[in-house]
Design a protein around this ligand. Structure first.
Ligand code: P70
Length: 460
């Protein structure tokens, strides 16, 4: 046995990529208003913006596209998807959606019954928070304190602070809580896993106060892999068994299938057993997403997703996936770059708050680092910090994130370990020149989910 897991696949097709000369990169980022989201993809050499919809499908998934049954109602691919999701999760009712936020826009208006009700989470991701707020709810996070200290090793930094959450429920009264959202893995603090014990604990609290639990399950398989590796009692359980147990501790789940679904587009909304809630979801899916047996997807997309959900629970795949992200993390740690430790599932999160401690949060240090990284190397990464967090909806206050992180998000089955080495070398070079990094300021700030379309200038 070797100490590493080689890729459990061989490469059948390639897409050429090219590094533009430095002067061109400088012009491209200027033209993009210093917002990497606004770059064209042919201006990017290695794209670490997201692991969402950027993975490579397998030959079986591509073959599955040919089986697309493009019937408006009753597509056979829907039934394949439905059976697959039922077997994977134990949830009875399955609705496809065009992506994760499609499921969020259906479920949150149904759960938030009164303006100002709270939705509690380990840490809500941006679109989830946006949909809670659009539904007139208030999103509150109960992430454990260890997660906010990136230097501190902890096996489950995605965990809820359960005591604080229960105290909050008692203080505000259970009636004022619309739902609890369990996000696996916890994206915003570094793709960090949440333990089964903690997932169960949150569910038990919810049941004591009769509060529904929604699992935001974009990276359900990566979370299950970490549980198998790190949690007592799970070493000999199979990934599908762990996945099923995870899904047993929620009443509803939303899924952005563009991550662990191993597809380029797609999402899911599933309800475990509450038929009346399912019917209300179904009624809303029709005007928002499409007829309930397609929900915004083509038949072929549903087929690719059904196959992807079976492939992602393969342990050799997950071992290679998680260790590739781990390799990048290790190279950065060896270069002395501060990163969220331990390394998470889908990305390495560089702690720019520790690299540029004197830059004000309202100059978005991690975004400023992303701009410098693009110019240095053609790599596109994304800020997960005060820019993405947004302003307080009531006071308008800015600069609120506890952490200023730069996310190096690794697409699934796309890049090789040599790409990881290039990324690590590039970050180390920018890190060495960190005193030259300029902060940024808005030229245009959209009111909601501002990071996607904002434009900036450099601050002198
Ligand atoms: C990401 C993307 C999407 C997401 C998620 C969790 C835990 C729901 C969703 C929404 C979004 C993104 C962020 C920065 C750059 C590009 C894209 N996460 N829940 O990369 O799902 O996108 O399918 O509507 O992470 O983390 P969807």
């Amino acid at each position: 046995m070797t100490s590493y897991q080689p890729e459990p696949y061989k490469i059948k097709m390639v897409e050429p990529i090219r590094l533009l000369p430095r002067e061109e990169r400088q012009k491209c980022i200027e033209k993009a208003g210093y917002n990497p989201f606004l770059l064209r993809s042919d201006e990017v050499y290695i794209d670490l913006l997201t692991d969402s919809g950027t993975g490579a499908m397998s030959d079986r998934q591509w073959a599955g596209l040919m089986l697309g049954d493009e019937s408006y109602a009753g597509s056979l691919n829907f039934y394949h998807l439905e059976e697959t999701v039922q077997a994977l999760s134990g949830h009875q009712y399955v609705l496809p959606t065009h992506q994760g936020r499609g499921a969020e826009q259906v479920i949150f208006p149904l759960l938030v019954e009164r303006q100002g009700q709270y939705v509690l989470g380990n840490m809500h991701f941006d679109t989830t928070k946006a949909h809670i707020e659009l539904a007139k709810g208030r999103a509150v996070n109960f992430i454990n304190a260890e997660a906010l200290d990136t230097a501190k090793e902890h096996p489950f930094k995605g965990n809820f602070d359960l005591a604080a959450m229960e105290q909050f429920i008692q203080d505000k009264g259970p009636d004022s809580i619309a739902a609890i959202v369990t996000t696996v893995t916890c994206n915003s603090v570094g793709g960090q896993p949440i333990s089964m014990d903690n997932i169960r604990g949150a569910y038990e609290i919810a049941k004591r106060y009769d509060i529904p639990v929604v699992m935001d399950s974009a990276r359900f398989a990566e979370n299950a892999y970490f549980i198998k590796q790190r949690e007592e009692g799970y070493a000999n359980r199979s990934i599908p068994e762990i996945v099923k147990e995870q899904f047993s501790y929620c009443d509803v789940f939303t899924m952005s299938a563009k991550k662990d679904g191993l597809v380029n587009i797609g999402g899911l909304l599933a309800v475990r057993e509450d038929k009346s809630l399912f019917q209300r979801c179904q009624a809303l899916v029709v005007p928002l997403e499409g007829f309930p047996t397609y929900g915004g997807l083509a038949g072929r997309d549903m087929e690719a997703l059904a196959i992807g959900l079976k492939e992602v629970v393969d342990e050799d795949y997950l071992t290679q996936r998680i260790s590739q992200v781990g390799l990048l993390g290790k190279l950065l740690q060896e270069a002395g770059v501060p990163v969220q430790s331990p390394i998470g599932g889908h990305a390495v999160f560089v702690d720019v708050g520790r690299i540029l401690p004197d830059m004000p949060k309202t100059q978005y240090p991690a975004h400023a680092f992303a701009v410098a990284l693009y110019v240095e190397s053609g790599i596109r990464a994304v800020e997960i910090g005060s820019l993405l967090y947004g302003r307080d909806p009531e006071t308008g206050e800015d600069g609120l994130s506890d952490l200023e992180l730069l996310r190096l998000t690794i697409p699934r089955r796309v890049y090789t370990d040599n790409h990881m080495r290039y990324i690590a070398d590039s970050i180390a070079r920018v890190y060495a020149k960190r005193d030259q990094i300029k902060g940024i300021a808005f030229e245009y700030e959209p009111p909601i989910l501002r990071h996607f379309t904002a434009r900036f200038r450099l601050v002198d």
